[in-house]
Design a protein around this ligand. Structure first.
Ligand SMILES: Nc1ncnc2c1ncn2[C@@H]1O[C@H](COP(=O)(O)OP(=O)(O)OP(=O)(O)O)[C@@H](O)[C@H]1O
Ligand SMILES: [Mg+2]
Length: 365
C-alpha cells in the first residue's frame, strides 16, 4: 500500500498508536458524538455504580477508528476499576483465557478487542465465565480427563468487534448491552478536530475544521490523521493557521478529495465512468482497468464508495450512481441509478436519493 492510501485508511498504523493514546477522551462526557450509545452506556454504568455491582457485559460493534477502544477505557475509568486488555487473536488456546480470567480482581473490566477472532475453545470458556463466573479447567487427557470447576471474581467483559455478524449467537446473547457505533457526521468530526487541535496546539479556525471534517470519511481516526498532515503543511507552506484554504490545498496535495476519496477511489470511479459508461462491469474487469488486484478494489475502495452512494453492487456488476457522475464533474445519463427525473430549467433538482446505498450497515460485511 502506498502512502496516500494509508492517509484515509481507517486502521491505525504502528507509530500512530502513541499519538492516538494522547488524543483519547478519558471520560464519558469528553467523548464526542454517538449520543445514543453514550446515554445508554451512562445509564448502565450509573445503575451499576448505584447497586455496587459490576455492570452487564458490554459489546461494541462498529467500523475501525470509531472509538471502540476509547470507550472501553472510559468504561473502566467511569467505574473506577482496573482494565485488562487482550484480543481475540491472542486467545488461541482456552488456557490463554483461563490464565487471564483466573487472575481478574473483583469488578475488573476485561477488554477483548477483535472478539470475533477468538478461537472456539476460548469462546466456549467465555460462555461459562460470563454467565456463572466460573471456568472449567480440564486436567489430563482422554478418558481420564477431569474438569475442575474454578470460581472467578465477578467481572465485566467488554468486547469490541468490527464484524458483529461473525460472532456466534450464544456469545452475542451473553452481552447485556450492545452498543452499535455509527459513522460520525461532519459537525461531530469538527468537534473532534477542535479538541485535538487544542491538545496539539494547532491553530484551527472553524472553516478549516469544517474542510477537514468533510474529508474524513465519518471517522475520528482519519480526522485526527488529516489534521496532523494539514498542520505540517500549514507550518511549512503557510503561517501555521489551518484555514479552509490551507486545509483544502494540503488535502488536495495529498490527493484526498472534497468527499474524502483518495486516488484509488477516484481511479475506480474514473474507469467505471470513462471506460465502461458507468457500468455494469465485473469486478475483475474493473480492477484490471485501474491496475489493481480485484481484492484491493473490493476491500479497500468499494465499501466507502458504496457507503457514499457513489457505487452500487448489482448482480450484473458494478454500477456508478448519478451521484458518482456528478462528483466526477459529469452529467449523469437519465438511466443512472438514483438519477432524478428531468426537471424544467431553473427548478431546484431534488437531492439524488442514495440513502439506501449510503447505509453503513449495507456496506459492512
Ligand atoms: N468520540 C470520540 N471523540 C473524540 N475522539 C475520538 C472519538 N472516537 C474516537 N476518537 C479518536 O479516534 C482514535 C481512534 O479511536 P479508537 O482507537 O477508539 O477506535 P477503534 O474503534 O477502537 O478502532 P479499531 O477498530 O481500529 O480498534 C482515538 O485516538 C481517539 O482519539
Ligand atoms: Mg480499537
Amino acid at each position: 500500500m502506498n502512502d496516500d492510501r494509508e492517509l484515509v485508511s481507517p486502521d491505525a498504523a504502528g507509530d500512530e498508536r502513541a499519538i492516538e493514546a494522547a488524543l483519547r477522551p478519558k471520560r464519558l462526557d469528553e467523548f464526542i458524538g454517538q449520543a445514543r450509545v453514550r446515554e445508554q452506556l451512562s445509564l448502565v454504568l450509573q445503575s451499576a455504580l448505584a447497586r455496587g455491582r459490576p455492570p452487564d457485559h458490554i459489546l461494541m460493534s462498529g467500523s475501525p477508528g470509531l472509538g471502540k477502544t476509547t470507550l472501553a477505557m472510559i468504561i473502566a475509568a467511569e467505574l473506577g476499576v482496573p482494565l485488562r486488555v487482550t484480543s481475540g487473536p491472542a486467545l488461541e488456546r482456552a488456557g490463554d483465557l483461563a490464565a487471564i480470567l483466573s487472575t481478574l480482581s473483583e469488578g475488573e473490566v476485561l477488554f477483548i478487542d477483535e472478539i470475533h477472532r477468538t478461537s472456539r475453545p476460548a469462546q466456549e470458556m467465555l460462555y461459562l465465565a460470563m454467565e456463572d463466573f466460573r471456568v472449567d479447567i480440564v486436567v489430563g487427557k482422554g478418558p481420564g480427563a477431569t474438569a475442575i470447576p474454578l470460581d472467578i471474581a465477578p467481572f465485566t467483559l467488554v468486547g469490541a468487534t468490527t464484524r458483529a455478524g461473525l460472532l456466534p449467537a450464544p456469545l452475542r446473547d451473553r452481552f447485556g448491552f450492545v452498543a452499535h457505533m455509527d459513522f460520525y457526521d461532519v459537525a461531530e468530526l469538527e468537534q473532534v478536530l477542535h479538541r485535538s487541535a487544542r491538545l496539539l496546539s494547532v491553530n484551527l479556525p472553524p472553516d478549516g475544521a469544517h474542510e477537514i471534517a468533510r474529508r474524513s470519511r465519518g471517522t475520528p481516526r482519519i480526522a485526527n490523521r488529516l489534521l496532523r498532515r494539514v498542520r505540517d503543511y500549514a507550518e511549512v507552506r503557510a503561517d501555521g493557521v489551518v484555514s479552509r484554504e490551507v486545509a483544502a490545498a494540503a488535502l488536495d496535495l495529498y490527493e484526498v478529495d472534497s468527499e474524502g476519496l483518495d486516488r484509488l477511489d477516484r481511479a475506480v470511479l474514473h474507469a467505471l465512468l470513462h471506460r465502461f459508461g458507468g457500468g455494469p462491469v465485473g469486478l475483475s474487469t474493473l480492477a484490471v482497468a485501474v491496475g489493481e488486484e480485484p481484492e484491493t478494489v473490493e476491500v479497500v475502495a468499494e465499501p466507502f464508495l458504496v457507503r457514499q452512494g457513489l457505487l452500487a453492487r448489482t448482480p450484473r456488476g458494478r454500477v456508478a450512481t448519478a451521484a458518482a457522475w456528478l462528483h466526477m464533474g459529469l452529467t449523469p445519463p437519465p438511466d443512472a441509478v438514483g438519477a432524478s427525473p428531468a426537471v424544467p430549467d431553473g427548478e431546484p433538482v431534488p437531492g439524488t436519493d442514495t440513502a439506501a446505498a449510503g447505509d453503513p450497515e449495507a456496506a459492512a460485511g
